[in-house]
Design a protein around this ligand. Sequence first.
Ligand code: PLP
Length: 393
Amino acid sequence: MKLAQRMIGIGTETAFEAAARARALEAQGRHIVHLEIGEPDFDTPANIRDAAKRALDEGWTHYGPPLGQPKLREAIADESKRFRGIDVDPANVVVTPGAKPIMYYAILALIEPGDEVVYPDPGFPIYESMTRFAGGTPVPYALREENDFRFDPDELRSLVTPKTKLIIFNSPHNPTGGVLTREDIEAIADIARERDITVLADEIYGRGVFEGEHFSIAALPGMAERTIILDGFSKAWAMTGWRLGFAILPPALVDPFSKLIINSVSCTSSFEQMAAVEALSGPQDDVKEMVEEFRARRQIIVDGLNAIPGIRCRMPHGAFYVFPNVAGTDMNGTEMADKLLYDGDVCVLSGTAFGKVGADHIRISYANSRENLALALERIAEVVAKIPASATA
Ligand code: PLP
C-alpha cells in the first residue's frame, strides 16, 4: 500500500513504545519498575469520579456542542481568572478529547508548507512531529542543562525569521522539569508582538510548580489575542485516561478549531465534561496533596541519582520529571535507557526521544511510589557500578 507523502514526516511518542517493550519483558516474568510514562500514579479524585457517575445517570450520554458544554466552558473561564489572573470569555474556550489535539488543531489551522515553527529541544515530541506533518519546518531552540533548562533569549530571537508563524513553549517543562521565569516569558512575548507571531503556551503542568506561582504569558499586555493556551485535566487532576483537555484561544481561532473538531471528533465526551466542572469547581485538596507528594519524591530521586557516580541531576522546579545527564558513565542517554531496561529492569526514556540536545540524558518520570523509586535507584546504581571502571572514573 502506498501511503500519503505526509506520513513521512510524522513521528511518535517514545513513551508508548518503551512501555510496550517493558510489558513484553514482564510477559516473560521480569519485574520492571516503570518510570517512562508521564502520568500521575494517583487515581482521579473521588468527587470527580462521583460526578461522572451522576452525569451518566442524568443522561449526559449524547453528542454535545463541538466547542464543549457551555457549563464547562464557563467553569474553565472562571478558574482561569483564579489561576492565571486573566479575564477569559467562555466563547474563547474550547474543550477537546485530551490536550494533545490542541497542538494538532493549532498547527493545522496556522501552518502552511514552508512556514516555520520554533519549539523547544528537548521538548514534547509532538510539536516537531505535527509541524512536519503539516508541511512546516520545525526550528528547535535549545534548553540547556547549564542554564537550568531555560532558553537563551538572544538565541531564540536569532531563530525567528519572516517565515516564523508559531513559537511553542512549555513551562513547567516536559522532559526536564524546568520552569521559565517571568523574564523569560516576557522575552517570548516581546518577540511575538514585534514580529506578529502566534504563541502556543503549553501550560498542562501549570498547577505543578514547586516554587512560586505559575505565570501565564496571556496575562501580559497584548498577548491574549495572540496566545493559544493549551491546558487540560490529565496531569493536575490525574485524569490521563479520560482524555479531557481545553484551549483558551485568540477569537480568530475559535471558528477554525470548531471546524477541525467537527471534522475529526465531533465533540468531547458529554458526561466527562460534567465531571470536569466538578474538577474545577470542587475542592482542590487532592490536587495540592499530589503536588506535595511529588515534591517529596523529587528530593528522593534527585538525591539518589546524584549519589550514583557518573550521573548528575538538576533539581527540577515543576511537573514530575527529572532529566539527569549520564555522560559521566561513558554512555549516552539511548545506551543507558536500553541498559537500564534490559540489565536493570528499570524503564526510562532516552533524552533523544525529546530532541538532539538531550542526547546525554535520560528522562525519568517520578510519578511512582516512594518504594518503587527506591528500588529503581538501587537497580540503577547496580547497573552503573557494573559499567567498566574506566567509564565512571
Ligand atoms: N503537553 C505536554 C508537555 C505533555 O507532556 C502532555 C502529555 O504528556 C500533553 C501536552 C498532552 O496531554 P493529554 O494527555 O491531556 O493529551
